[in-house]
Every structure is written in C-alpha cells, then in structure tokens.
Design a protein around this ligand. Sequence first.
Ligand code: PEP
Length: 254
Amino acid sequence: MTQPRPLVAGNWKMNGSRASWKEAESLAERLAAGNGAQIDVMLCPPATLIAQFASSLKGSDILVGGQDCHSESSGAHTGDIAAEMLADAGASAVIVGHSERRADHGETSDAVHAKAQAVHRAGLIVIICIGETQAEREQGDTLSIVSSQLSGSLPDDARADNTVIAYEPVWAIGTGLTPTLDDVGEVHHHIRSVLRDRLGEAEASSIRILYGGSVKPGNAAELMAVADVNGALVGGASLKADDFWGIISVYGEK
Ligand code: PEP
C-alpha cells in the first residue's frame, strides 16, 4: 500500500509581522533548490499575513494555511474570519481545534466539527488537532480522549484529499517534552483504526496523521520514522527558516 505523502506544516500562532516574510522567502528558496523529498510543506502565519504570503509564494513549493476560522460564511461575528475569506486570501488549508483554541476559547468538539465542515464548504483542506492533557495521560485516558475528540470533530465527508489529523499531546506543546516513540506509535495506530471504522480502509489508510508537540531538528527524524506518522505540525521551530528546514530535510533532499 502506498504511504500518504508527508506534510510538514508550521503553525506560527500569534507571531510574525510583515518583516517575517524573509523567513518564508528563505524557506521557499531552499525548497526550490532541493525539495526532492516529495513532501508537502505549509506555513500557517497569522491571518494578517496570509494574503501577502499566499501571493508571494504562488508557484513555490510552500502552501499557506489559516490557524482557525468561524463556522459560518459571513455575518455579525466581530473579529472572526470565515473559511471562505481565508480561501479568498489564498489559503489552501485551515487548522481547527488546536488545543490553544480548545483551552483559551472553550471550543468543544462540536464547535470544531462545525468549523471543519466550514473548511470543506470553502473547498479547503482541514487540519483537525486532537490530543490529551497531562492529567488525562496520567489517568490512562489518552486513547479514549483522542477517540472522542476525533469522532466528535471529524466531518462525514472527510477524505484523504480534504482532511489531515494532527495528534498533539497538550503537555508536549511548547514545553520541550515529547512522548516516547512507542507512545506516539500507539496513539497514531489508534487514530488510524478510528478512521478506518468511520471512513473505511481506503480513505483511512491515505489520510495523513501528523505528530505535533516540541518537534525540532534534533528529534524530527526519529518521530517521523514512527509507523503511521505522516509528517509534523510544528509550532516554535517553524518560526525560523533554519530550524524549520532542519525538520523538513529529515525527509531527505534531491
Ligand atoms: C503547535 O502549537 O501546534 C505545536 C506543535 O507547538 P510546538 O512545536 O512549539 O510544541
């Protein structure tokens, strides 16, 4: 069976200004010189930079994504952004359900499900984040939390070409901590089996399941080599082209 094409996506969170373009430009130049790895690379900058990045990166090997969206396409929702607006700005994907959104904005899996449907309605790829807290892991609830977040957030029309899952243990995000490779493998295998029950073998085996949480150049190779890990969602280490390139290049160069 052919492996899903890996995706390495950078989530810049609330970081970056127009001057940060130099990091994206440097990355695009390196990819142009040697993206033999046959992987997809994506940057998800703050919403203020999406149009600039998308237009400047057109024709490059870098896709641009949003970090969140509203579930509706327009209306009285001050400060929110519709998936259709992100599409109009040139995004090709949107992250939904990041643990910082779930924690800071009280987003439930029902809300994430509605946002994921909105991303599909706009014709974009949705990256759905799921993951357990430290307390949930210590209580032995990791697999049940991940299953219920996935089942609750996944839209019925999920397919390999419109949906990516990102497993991000909350306690590993921005902390420098990572699960053991066995633990990563166990959770990714479990996610694949939940996808199989819901979508059938063909779609489930082709959907990309990213690992996220303190991925760095120094640990990316071993994490990306775990079975059922089809790439990474990277926060802090995606802000600088040197670090992000160090992660991308574990997939090899031309
Ligand atoms: C993230 O926020 O999606 C993330 C994985 O962050 P970091 O890589 O900084 O842990």
